[in-house]
Design a protein around this ligand. Structure first.
Ligand SMILES: [Zn+2]
Length: 344
């Protein structure tokens, strides 16, 4: 495979704070010799883990982007043990356009891994992370929300990786986000995900689904920022005292999972979607969760969407206008005791 065309003035081995950009050459109609400039910064001091902290993998998922921008301005080198690489908006063209997919090539960056140095901007970015960034880091923190399409009960989440030592590292870091639910998820929409690429390299991977839809509430911003700070303290890259949920006066996190294809309920036809349940609610099999109404056929009975098992409605569709095949609900279930034991 070819060498990455990305250039940067950042020296990843240098101590202290550095601000820069990752530059991808490209052309468009008003500029034959253009650069896509993706802001990046590093802060480093002494011995400790190297953490990649990134958001905007999907452009329209903003709370993590704000959390990282605030953090990178506030951290002092003397509080760091190791290194943090900040990329607040990795898919900056999509973030500027408020889209999930890159407007440059129409691709979902989170399906482009391991990437291709000879491909489009998204392929080149994925390839650079895979070949230049991931090999340098111990931890990958990739902050998401449900985007405009899905509203999640704000939670940290992770894959249930097979390697038990890696699983334990990931579970402890995920738990340090101090969210009400900690969610084990499955990949139901294709391959080539960033976290999977990093997991396959043995990294500790921490990801979130901080709400979603167009609105981000103040509590979601607070949770995004406080949780991130606590995870960095847990990882020992940032000085401070780790707080547990008990320290915050909260009950333990509830570990839940949606690992079967049936846990993801899709729209059987197009219509206007109404959810009957709030995210985070316990539901029982057969319970009506929501309905689809038909603009052109108000005489038709709505199509009722029922729970196909007992569970927790961890997410539902955000926009009302719905096309056939859109995700409507994600139903999660409590994680078995035997699996929970592997987290400790
Ligand atoms: Zn996302």
């Amino acid at each position: 495979m070819s060498q990455s065309p990305i250039s940067t003035k950042i020296d990843f081995d240098k101590p202290g704070m550095q601000w820069g950009t990752l530059n991808i050459p490209f052309s468009y109609n008003l500029s034959g010799w253009a650069q896509l400039q993706i802001p990046i910064a590093t802060i480093a001091q002494g011995e400790g883990p190297t953490v990649l902290l990134m958001a905007g993998n999907h452009g329209d998922e903003y709370p993590g982007q704000i959390a990282i921008m605030k953090l990178m301005k506030s951290l002092k080198t003397e509080n760091i043990s190791g290194r943090i690489i900040f990329i607040p908006a990795i898919n900056i063209p999509a973030a500027k356009a408020a889209t999930r997919l890159s407007p440059l090539d129409g691709k979902n960056l989170n399906r482009c891994f391991p990437g291709n140095a000879d491909g489009t901007a998204s392929d080149i970015m994925a390839h650079y992370l895979t070949t230049e960034i991931f090999p340098r880091v111990d931890v990958v923190i990739d902050l998401h929300t449900g985007g405009r399409g899905v509203y999640f009960y704000p939670c940290a989440h992770m894959h249930l990786v097979d390697d038990l030592e890696q699983r334990r590292r990931m579970a402890l870091a995920t738990r340090a986000y101090n969210t009400d639910f900690s969610f084990l998820y499955a990949d139901i929409a294709g391959k080539g995900l960033l976290p999977v690429e990093a997991e396959n390299m043995g990294k500790t991977v921490v990801t979130t689904e901080m709400g979603g839809g167009e609105v981000t509430s103040a509590p979601v911003h607070r949770l995004s920022q406080d949780g991130l700070n606590n995870v960095l303290i847990h990882l020992k890259v940032l000085a401070g005292e780790e707080k547990s949920r008990a320290d915050l006066g909260l009950p333990p996190t509830r570990w839940i999972q949606a690992l079967d294809a049936e846990d993801y309920i899709f729209a059987p036809e197009s219509g206007l979607f109404e959810s009957f349940v709030d995210v985070g609610t316990d539901v029982s099999e057969g319970q009506p969760l929501g309905a689809l109404y038909f603009l052109e056929r108000p005489d038709r009975d709505p199509t009722i969407i029922q729970a196909n098992s007992d569970g927790i409605a961890i997410a539902h569709r955000a926009p009302t206008l719905t096309s056939q095949g859109d995700i409507l609900f994600c139903l999660a279930h409590d994680v078995e005791e035997a699996v929970l034991k592997t987290f400790e």
